[in-house]
Design a protein around this ligand. Structure first.
Ligand code: ZN
Length: 275
């Protein structure tokens, strides 16, 4: 089986300090948490940034740059910067594209709109087409975040139109309220309908994180863990760091006999343009 790519969602834009005191907020905290997760075995760091004053999600170039510079100076990790904007605020499309100017190897590409709890997560066709064109122009690979089945079909349509370049890389997001549930059946179905030369990884939200990771590991898929998606280590016990969530996947993977990919090995698996 192909080596396992572990991605870590470091902070996201939703989790607050009221929910967990361990969520990284300041640029140096986000960078440090990413560096620790890379040391623990993560080869891809998925990054959002926060406004240091409010602690909420931000989309400022200077904050992204500070985090990215810190991580790049200490690691060879693959960076996957978010383009998802900020929940509840419909940012200008261009504002959501700000992280592309830092030339990450991956950016998130949320392949459609969806109701998520009280918010509508808007990813209209004009935005997706603009994002796809920008990634093509800059040689950045989109990580196709899929919350439900129709989003795979959207990606295949964009592939046929030449807006996405093969091989595609999917990140299935399972267990979001409003999206597909975190079950083996969801994962099996999604993994069967993507183009055969694609790679895929899974995010199980909340209590779905560990079960989805273990199923993906045995199916030959890849795994994302991290505080963005799940703040608990076990039932009622908060995770203190992203690194400990990564370490657990590394341990399970070793026991299972599937080696963990280094960032360079992950670059090869994902067919990324070398830096
Ligand atoms: Zn994210």
């Amino acid at each position: 089986m192909e080596k396992l790519i572990i991605t870590v969602g470091i902070t996201g834009s939703r989790i607050t300090r009221q929910q967990t005191p361990y969520i990284p907020i300041l640029p140096e905290e986000i960078a440090q948490s990413g560096i620790e997760a890379w040391r623990a075995g993560a080869s891809v760091l998925h990054i959002h940034v926060r406004d240091p004053k409010t602690g909420l999600g931000a989309q400022d170039y200077s904050i992204f740059k500070e985090v990215v510079d810190r991580i790049r100076s200490e690691t060879d990790a693959i960076l996957c910067l978010t383009t998802s904007g900020i929940p509840g605020r419909n940012l200008e499309f261009r504002e959501r594209l700000v992280p592309l100017s830092l030339n990450p190897e991956l950016v998130s590409f949320d392949a459609g709109s969806i109701n998520m709890r009280e918010n509508v997560f808007l990813n209209p066709p004009e935005f997706l087409e603009l994002l796809a064109q920008e990634t093509l122009a800059k040689g950045i690979k989109p990580e196709l975040e899929v919350f439900e089945v129709g989003m795979v079909e959207t990606c295949i349509r964009y592939l046929e139109k030449g807006l996405l370049k093969p091989p595609l890389h999917f990140q299935f997001v399972l267990g979001v309220v409003g999206g597909m549930s975190a079950t083996a059946k969801s994962l099996l179905h999604l993994s069967e309908i993507i183009p055969p030369d694609s790679t895929w990884s899974v995010i199980g939200i909340g209590p779905g994180q560990l079960p989805m990771a273990m199923i993906a590991m045995t199916m030959g898929g890849h795994v994302r863990v991290g505080l963005e998606d799940n703040i608990f280590y076990s039932r009622g016990v908060l995770a203190k760091t992203n690194a400990e969530l990564v370490e657990r996947i590394v341990r399970i993977s070793k026991e299972f006999g599937r080696e963990v990919a280094t960032p360079d090995e992950a670059r090869k698996i994902l067919s990324l343009t070398p830096l």
